[in-house]
Design a protein around this ligand. Structure first.
Ligand code: TRP
Length: 333
């Protein structure tokens, strides 16, 4: 990336499960827009995926798939850096240094760890506990200004800020303190079978989410089976009609139609007609998405990752060199 004077954005997706419509609407499609204003770095964070058990062949396949999702969504490798975390070894190197800055009490506060480990805290990997230090390393290596994430990751970005400040204070000003960018209002997509839960690849059964790899017909069935609320008028009311509000949000974002206009066009019509039309919108979106996704061959993706690595590495090296010097390592070279 040439130095354009723009601010830097960093974000990443773990190759550990199927991406779904919530990932697209809440993250990928918004990242595409950020490319206009920022220098963007989008990583496939494979070292994060192995904090829980992964099948090696699946991990490799999914890594390439995440890149295809980035590209199909409209992320442009000519403008943004797309790379694989493990290709830039400075990520794990800085993570170790940050491990020595982080305290047990910092990591013990992380609610995602408690949720994920549940009753099983003694048997999950140390990596799962330590994951936020690696995430902090990802962000800080690139002197990132802003990190777009979902609300489940805000605490990790706050920890990143804490570690950066502590390091800067204890040693010298090495790291920029990154800001969190919370996704746009309305882009938090909920599960189709339970509007109280976020749409997620791990949280529910397949009926709750529409995978970006679902066939248009599978997606249609899921929309038709999605829970709705009592009553029959199509109006956006998050409190009284959370399921419908979620479906209206999906419709509005995919069809680029304001919710107000949807409410107006469904006045006097019932849920059935609305869902039928929404199913059509989702089907059309997925068909177009698959066409784009399938254009990219594994060879193309590998080449993009190689070029991304070549762009990311010098940036990471500059920061790690400063960090090492600050703590008294490699000073004489
Ligand atoms: N932890 C993030 C998630 O689960 C993924 C991630 C890893 C990330 N490193 C990051 C996101 C750095 C933003 C910045 O979604």
């Amino acid at each position: 990336m040439v130095n354009t004077g723009k601010k830097t954005i960093f974000s990443g997706v773990k190759p550990s499960g199927d991406l779904h419509l919530g990932n697209y609407l809440g993250a990928l499609s918004q990242w595409v827009e950020l490319q206009d204003q920022y220098d963007c770095i989008f990583c496939v964070v494979d070292y994060h995926a192995i904090t829980v058990k992964q099948d090696p062949a699946d991990l490799n396949r999914r890594t390439l798939e995440i890149v295809k999702h980035y590209l199909a969504s409209g992320i442009n490798p000519e403008r943004s850096i797309i790379f694989q975390q493990s290709d830039v070894t400075e990520h794990t190197e800085l993570a170790w240094i940050l491990n020595c800055v982080a305290r047990m009490s910092d990591l013990n506060k992380m609610t995602q760890f408690k949720d994920k480990a549940g009753e099983n805290q003694e048997n999950v990997s140390v990596g799962l506990f330590d994951y936020p230090a690696l995430m902090a390393s990802d962000i800080l290596l690139y002197q990132t200004d802003a990190v777009p994430v979902g609300d489940d990751q805000v605490q990790h970005v706050e920890l990143t800020r804490t570690l950066a400040r502590r390091f800067n204070q204890q040693f010298s000003e090495v790291f920029k303190i990154p800001e969190v960018v919370i996704r746009k209002e309305g882009a938090r997509i909920m599960a189709l079978d339970d509007p109280a839960k976020k749409m997620s690849k791990s949280g529910q059964g397949a009926a709750g989410y529409i995978a970006l790899a679902d066939t248009p017909e599978e997606a249609e069935k899921k929309i038709m089976r999605a829970v709705t609320d009592s009553g029959d008028s199509v109006i956006y009311d998050k409190e009284q009609k959370p399921a419908l509000a979620n479906l209206l949000t999906i419709y509005s974002l995919l069809d680029h139609t304001p919710i107000k206009d949807l409410e107006a066009s469904y006045r006097g019509k019932g849920y059935a007609e609305f869902k039928h039309d929404l199913a059509g919108v989702v089907k059309k979106f997925l068909a177009g998405y698959h066409l784009k996704f399938n254009c990219f061959r594994d060879e193309d993706v590998k080449e993009i990752l190689k070029q991304g690595m070549a762009k990311a590495q010098p940036l990471a090296r500059e920061t790690i060199a400063k960090a090492k010097r600050a703590i008294g390592i490699n000073i004489n070279r």
